[in-house]
Design a protein around this ligand. Structure first.
Ligand code: HSE
Length: 311
């Protein structure tokens, strides 16, 4: 096997109360890559489409290539690889765009090399791609992108990622307004010290969300989808934030918040109709702020990135 095509989905990091420690994957949209092995001994980017010419073709700066370099280094192999990247996820959207490119490449190279690493073991290599993309090696996009479902990053030192035995019944709505926010900028504005009251509220909510997800207690999930740390600061960057959030809740969603570092907003619902209604309501509210948006509705993805075909 010398050539392989892989897909990695968008992800929602933070999920309100889990700043940098919780994320989930959706079924679509996502990025695709085609990896071809060669004898050059080098990892190169041979093509990038769908990025409007904005992503670096330099392999040392591109997340898709950096992830593969880190993987090959990790397993102690020298291998030439040419990477074609087909971007479907918008840049600076909060939908885990950089994570998806790195993860798609990683599952592809892992497969080509005979799957020496588990999905969980690939997380550290995907984090290297995040470091290149935004200066911070957070795992709350890459871990669910690799493993599917809701994934908790219990600790970073050493890394401890856990796929939560969560309900598989939830539908996610993603509404992406047409503005761009760089993750590095959205991180820079956050406070480095959190006051005790906010820390207590966040701890209660993340614990409540874990229990709600694993016992299918939808009321508890709903009560727990709150963020006292990032949202109060980041919401200022999203025009109409409060009314968009209220509209999702009025439409029947369990909760609504910022997807990753924004500006995309997400909602969770217990059925597809509610998820679609929430999407329409949120889109309408963004329009009142003169913002067009795309709406995506899908189940919470359970498998993570996947191989499409190989030859
Ligand atoms: N947890 C990260 C953040 C996710 O909120 O900055 C970025 O997509």
């Amino acid at each position: 096997m010398k050539k392989i095509r892989a897909f990695a989905p968008a992800t929602v990091a933070n999920v309100c109360c889990g700043f940098d420690v919780l994320g989930f994957a959706v079924d679509f949209p996502g990025d695709e890559v085609v990896l071809t092995l060669n004898d050059s001994g080098e990892v190169t980017m041979s093509k990038i489409e769908g990025d409007g010419g904005r992503l670096p073709i330099d392999a040392s700066k591109n997340t898709a290539a950096v992830a593969v370099q880190s993987f090959l280094h990790g397993i102690g192999k020298v291998q030439g690889v040419a990477i074609e990247l087909y971007k479907n996820l918008p840049l600076g959207s909060g939908m885990g765009s950089s994570a998806a490119s790195g993860v798609a490449s990683l599952v592809a190279i892992n497969h080509l090399m005979g799957n020496p690493l588990t999905r969980e073991q690939l997380v550290v290599h995907a984090m290297e791609a995040e470091r290149i993309a935004c200066g911070s090696a957070h795992a709350d996009n890459v871990a669910p992108c690799l493993m599917g479902g809701f994934v908790l990053v219990r600790d970073y030192h050493p890394l401890d990622v856990i796929k939560i035995p969560a309900t598989k019944n939830l539908y996610a709505t993603l509404v992406h307004p047409h503005i761009e926010l760089k993750t590095s900028d959205s991180r820079r504005v956050l406070k480095t010290v959190v006051n005790l009251k906010d820390a207590i509220a966040q701890t209660g909510n993340i614990a409540g969300l874990m229990i709600g997800l694993s016992t299918e207690d939808y009321s508890l999930i709903s009560r727990s989808l709150k963020d006292t740390i990032a949202e109060p600061i980041r919401s200022a960057f999203i025009p109409g934030f409060d009314s968009v959030k209220n509209s999702a809740q009025k439409a029947g969603a369990l909760g609504c918040g910022i997807s990753g570092s924004g500006p995309t907003m997400f909602a969770l619902s217990i059925d597809q109709n509610t998820a679609s209604r929430a999407g329409e309501a949120m889109q309408l509210e963004f329009l009142k702020s003169n913002l067009k948006s795309e709406v995506y509705v899908s189940k919470v993805n359970q498998e993570g990135a996947r191989i499409i075909d190989s030859e």
